[in-house]
Each structure stands twice: as C-alpha cells, then as structure tokens.
Write a protein that binds this ligand. Structure first.
Ligand code: HEC
Length: 89
C-alpha cells in the first residue's frame, strides 16, 4: 500500500484499484519458474528494481494509464521487505 504496488497488483491482503495487472497474491507459486536459473526471490527483486529486464508473461495490458511497470526507486531494504512479504504465506 505505502509504495503504490496495491494500486495495480492483487496482493496477499489487498485488491487492486486497476484491472489487468499481474496478480502477486500467489507470487510464491510462479516466481521460481519465470526465468530459468533465477530463484523466486531474485526474480521478484529484479521485477521491482529493473521491471523492463523481463516483462511478465501474465500481463497483456491493464486498465491504467501506464502499460509498463513503473520504476519506483525502491531502496534495497524496501525490495528485501517486499520480496519477503510476497513469498510468505
Ligand atoms: C502502474 C501500475 C503498477 C504499479 C504501481 C506496480 N506495478 Fe508491478 N507490474 C506492472 C506491470 C504492467 C507489470 C508487467 C510488466 C513487467 O513485468 O514489467 C508488473 C510486473 C510486476 C512483477 C512481475 C510479475 C510477474 O507476473 O512475473 C512484480 C513482482 C511486480 N510487478 C511487483 C511490484 C511491486 C512490488 C510494486 C510496488 C513497489 C509494483 N509492482 C508496482 C504494473 C505496476
């Protein structure tokens, strides 16, 4: 919520305001398989730090003004906390 992720993404505890963006509520189930050789935690961290490195196959266009994941200038501590949150259940 604090970083704006919940506006676009379905999260473990929140519903998005916009439609069409990749759901993250079950990130633990897909993150390890997105990129061969990339762990779930590394994939999620990369998606936040450098979204353009690997566009999600779960995205086909959303209802918001932006058609790509924004660069949110997260600190490494924030990324670590978000990855832990998304991978916990
Ligand atoms: C303006 C809407 C928007 C916001 C806000 C946003 N994202 Fe995204 N996100 C996207 C789009 C679009 C994609 C798909 C394209 C891509 O993979 O870069 C995506 C992809 C992702 C993925 C990869 C999902 C997959 O299916 O592989 C992760 C993880 C992610 N976002 C996390 C976050 C986090 C964490 C935040 C908050 C710090 C955030 N996003 C904020 C739009 C958004």
């Amino acid at each position: 919520m604090a970083k704006g992720c919940a506006t676009c993404h379905l999260g473990p505890d929140t519903r998005p305001l916009l439609a069409g963006y990749p759901p993250l509520d079950d990130a633990a189930s897909f993150a390890a398989d997105r990129r061969p050789g990339t762990s779930a935690a590394d994939y999620l961290a990369e998606s936040m730090a450098a979204p353009e490195a690997f566009p999600s196959p779960a995205f086909a266009g959303g209802s918001g003004p932006s058609d790509s994941m924004p660069r949110l200038r997260l600190t490494s501590e924030e990324i670590e906390a978000l990855v832990a949150y998304l991978l916990s259940d």
